[in-house]
Design a protein around this ligand. Structure first.
Ligand code: PXP
Length: 275
């Protein structure tokens, strides 16, 4: 296992090299969807119009990302309603609207018509999504109120699930196109450095991915993935279609871009630009 994080909370260079080492292999690469929620977190901190999540989405796609994810939460803590049409007109690849299956969100999603809608559980107090849906408890309700109307409008539906085979069975039975495997428990195990736990979580995810693929579901994954743990995850888990990464990627972008930015300001201060 490579070193997990440096003291700044950034991912290790070794992780970056490992991730780069996966390029060029003959295996089909999973698609990268960038979650831009935390561009909005930064924007909202000052109550001004920047940084703009839609502009970030354009930069991510120009750099090769296959699509963009945003989570419109009931409390609007990051992405807000006014971001939706801007994201829709900016994003050319997959646009994944992540949301709780409430009546309000279903209405907004039907209006926006994204490529994909990922249904997640949502707790008011949580800092981020803490686990997959309790599929047996919600399946009847969300089939009627969310999945069926969304699919009728041509929006694909994915359920965010823990790697539990009975939950995958139910997902396949109700006819969603995809599941997104919750990788947060694996990511936490990785962070704790407990290799037995990491192996157990990776094995669960690999088994769940194999099982879901066998049931004809597209297999997406996300939560807590970063430059450090991604290589281990990708090498062990098969059939991955789309990977959604937000917090670590946006954090890394700050550190990978900070030096260039400081130089741009210094150049301006020193009168080396413009006239
Ligand atoms: N997938 C789902 C369903 C999520 O809720 C989140 C977090 O918003 C992610 C993926 C991305 O997780 P992270 O920000 O940890 O990369």
């Amino acid at each position: 296992m490579s070193s997990v994080q440096d003291t700044q909370g950034t991912q290790s260079i070794q992780g970056l090299q490992e991730a780069q080492g996966t390029q060029g292999s003959s295996k089909t690469s999973p698609k990268l969807l960038v979650n831009i929620d935390h561009i909005a977190t930064l924007r909202n901190a000052r109550g001004e119009g920047f940084p703009d999540p839609a502009r970030a989405a354009g930069i991510c796609e120009a750099a090769g990302a296959d699509g963009i994810v945003f989570h419109l939460r009931g409390d609007r803590r990051h992405i807000r309603d006014e971001d939706l049409p801007k994201l829709k007109s900016m994003v050319k690849g997959t646009l994944d609207f992540e949301m709780a299956a409430t009546q309000e969100m279903v209405g907004l999603c039907l209006d926006l018509e994204p490529t994909l809608c990922t249904l997640v559980p949502e707790g008011r107090e949580e800092l981020t999504t803490e686990g997959g849906l309790d599929v047996p408890a919600v399946v009847d309700e969300i089939s009627k109120t969310a999945i069926s109307p969304l699919q009728k409008k041509g929006i694909q539906v994915s359920l965010f699930v823990d790697p539990v085979l009975s939950h995958i069975d139910l997902s396949a039975e109700i006819g969603v196109e995809a599941i997104e495997l919750h990788t947060g428990t694996f990511a936490n195990a990785w962070m704790s450095g407990d290799s037995e736990n990491v192996k157990r979580e990776i094995d669960r995810l690999a088994e769940a991915a194999e099982y879901a693929d066998g049931k004809g579901l597209l297999v997406n994954a996300g939560h807590g993935l970063n430059l450090d743990n991604l290589h281990a995850f990708l090498s062990a888990v098969p059939h991955l279609h789309e990977i959604s990464i937000g917090h670590a990627l946006i954090s890394d972008a700050l550190f990978l871009g900070l030096s260039t930015t400081v130089k741009a300001y210094l150049a301006l201060l020193q009168g080396e630009t413009g006239s």
